[in-house]
Ligand binder design. Sequence first.
Ligand code: PMP
Length: 364
Amino acid sequence: MSALATEHKAVNLGQGFPDYDMSDDLIERVNEAMKKGFNQYVPMQGYMPLREALSEKIRFLYNAVVNPATQITITPGGTYAIYTALTAVLQPGDEVIIFEPAYDSYIPNVEVNGAIPVLIDLKFPEYRIDWSEVRKKISPRTRMIMLNSPHNPTGSVLSAEDINELRSIVTGTNIFICSDEVYEHLIFDDIPHQSILKYADLLERSFVCFSFGKVYHCTGWKLGYCVSSAELMSEFRKIHQFNCFSCHTPSQVGLSTFLLSKDSYLSLSSFMQQKRDYFLQLMQNTKFGMLQSRGSYFICATYDRMSNEGDKDFAIRVTREYGVTTIPVSVFYRAETDNRVVRFCFAKKNETLEAAVEKLAKIK
Ligand code: PMP
């Protein structure tokens, strides 16, 4: 869709990347690190002061004690952290529960390890997990459950009840959890983020994956980290050591001091909520039916008042004829399930959102 957007010079609310500037302060810190000579490899686990700053942030936010030496590894992005976690534990024939719509790397990452994705639809239109369905799909071969909150593409978030259901399913089993929390902090309406880090019993069996790129508005940096138990992290590092080994040093040095200020992460949810609210307000001038977004960069919408086309056809036509690009949500399902929903990314400048909505309002 991004290629089509470029071809038609459309306003691109499809792909999930901000078009506004990231923090000048963080850029300064990274520049400073380069000038001071932090330009060589750091240890395989990541720059220690950054891991210490993360450990302190995790203690402050989730009241969890995470050892920076043994439980945190810096990675080249969240996607890599997820891939490495899966590769550390999966054996051919293992089953992995994946909720759809799903971020596009999960299924290929499972399959490249010879494991089998077991797909469960989130309940439309709230995109909630149906835990009775999960119970039915658990088998002796279930090795892992993939979670993602706040969720891409829908903006749904896990609740405390979801965590209780999860716990009742995995307790007493050998099932691992991979929790994709790359949109940590980008959660709205004062809802607490149900990080797996809050739950020591679940962290024992989990890999929790994060992205600096997503939360600090610099997706091109491709820097993230994984938190796990010391035992699982040692398996994770066996893959990481011979794959990436060491991540970009100056960014780690810059982030290590930037993160010491709590405002660097406490300010993020209100910043992004303002974007969501502004976009919602603008979209009242259109015939889209806005679904709920509680977090992430994204909000989904139905378009049945304007068209009965399939979502791909609709998204392509809107790019070509009206000059706005969205993502058809059927692409996040292996079976291309089409609920006639498209995804918008609202992590954009107000002018970009305004320009897009002015065009979208013309669709009759
Ligand atoms: N998980 C989800 C759900 C995402 O939306 C993204 C980014 N599109 C990632 C992981 C990957 O993050 P990164 O760019 O740090 O690899």
